[in-house]
Design a binder for this molecule. Structure first.
Ligand SMILES: NC(=O)c1ccc[n+]([C@@H]2O[C@H](COP(=O)([O-])OP(=O)(O)OC[C@H]3O[C@@H](n4cnc5c(N)ncnc54)[C@H](OP(=O)(O)O)[C@@H]3O)[C@@H](O)[C@H]2O)c1
Length: 308
């Protein structure tokens, strides 16, 4: 099968190749999926899991990309809950071969059925942003109606979903980002927007919840904006300190079929949208992974020319 592979952690995107790899075989409780659309995260070549398995053993050549939408072609020993021919979407394991390939083997529990009226490009853009936003707001942030949320990077992949979910949950949403992000953040549902390059971040708050995707000095300063009893949730890096009389949580997103299903339901109902900036074929995946110009939003690789 055609796949994008990486073999050298020091080579960065210069080491990415479109190659031929053996088709995967399903392990217990796996399915094999014919990948129709794949989503990747630009930073994943720096993640240890891209290079080693859970035991820390070298697993190169490895296939990057983790989000997928496609059709089940094979079931592993003992797999239940999904069937051959079923449309699915979800997230491949961080420490196994990924989705920038024609086929991928994934644990069935990491996938959810994909409704017929959601296209594969939209579906492949949803898992990481959607699950991270959901878990950040409702599991780790314990958001309730009437609370206030500071959403960093509100026009970005994670932030755009956070903004929509928080608004619908009845929160007061303060989005942040660059000057050019203002219109998008307000359009997604933010009540207010803070331009991190021009406005005073300290003028915000106190807020019940901060959801940080930026980290560094911006993340650190935001800890002081959490009101007593509130929470600082970050996916950027472990926070250096806790808010005074509040909680700080750093987490790595996990797959949940019920949450994927709920996110898909909201997409179908027109209550949730993702920001897909570009769609490229697998033959252009190396170039797309290493863009010369920045694109705001998610880049999706359309592995099959049309849905099958
Ligand atoms: N731990 C986890 O499980 C997890 C899960 C998902 C994502 N993440 C991480 O979270 C981060 C964000 O992911 P994403 O997909 O949302 O990325 P993204 O689409 O690039 O969104 C980030 C947004 O924040 C903006 N931004 C970044 N730095 C800024 C600054 N200094 N001032 C103003 N705006 C700034 C970006 O603007 P520009 O594009 O103009 O820089 C962009 O709009 C990534 O590092 C990703 O790896 C972690």
């Amino acid at each position: 099968m055609k796949a994008i592979t990486v073999t050298d952690p020091d080579a960065g995107t210069a080491g990415m190749r479109l190659t031929d790899r053996p088709e995967p075989t399903p392990a217990e409780n796996d399915v094999v999926v014919r990948v129709h659309a794949s989503g990747f995260t630009p930073g994943e070549l720096t993640w240890p899991a891209t290079w080693t398995d859970r035991a820390g053993r070298d697993r190169t050549p490895s296939i990057p990309g983790h989000e997928l939408a496609g059709v089940v072609t094979e079931l592993g020993y003992g797999t239940t809950g999904l069937g051959v021919g079923q449309r699915v979407f979800g997230l491949a394991d961080w420490t196994r071969d990924g989705t920038l390939a024609e086929y991928v083997a994934v644990e069935a529990r990491n996938l959810a059925p994909l409704p017929a009226d959601i296209d594969v490009v939209t579906a492949a853009s949803l898992p990481i942003s959607g699950l991270t936003a959901w878990q950040g707001l409702f599991e780790h942030g314990r958001l309730e109606a009437g609370q206030s949320v500071l959403v960093h990077g509100a026009a970005g992949g994670v932030g755009s979903v956070v903004t929509q979910l928080a608004r619908e949950a009845g929160a007061h949403v303060v989005g942040t980002g660059r000057t050019a992000d203002r219109a998008a953040a307000l359009d997604l549902g933010a009540h207010e927007f803070v331009d991190l390059g021009a406005d005073e971040l300290g003028a915000v708050g106190p807020v019940d919840l901060v959801l940080d995707v930026i980290g560094g000095e911006i993340g650190d300063r935001s800890i002081d904006l959490v009101r007593p009893g509130g929470t600082f949730v970050t996916v950027a890096e472990p926070p250096a300190r806790q808010p005074e009389r509040g909680r700080a949580v750093f987490f790595v997103v996990e797959v949940s079929r019920p949450q994927l299903t709920e996110l898909a339901r909201r997409v179908r109902e027109g209550r949730l949208r993702t920001r897909v900036a570009a769609v490229h074929p697998l033959t252009e995946a190396v170039e797309a992974f290493n863009p010369t110009g920045r694109v705001a939003g998610k880049t999706i690789i359309r592995v099959t020319p049309q849905e099958g």
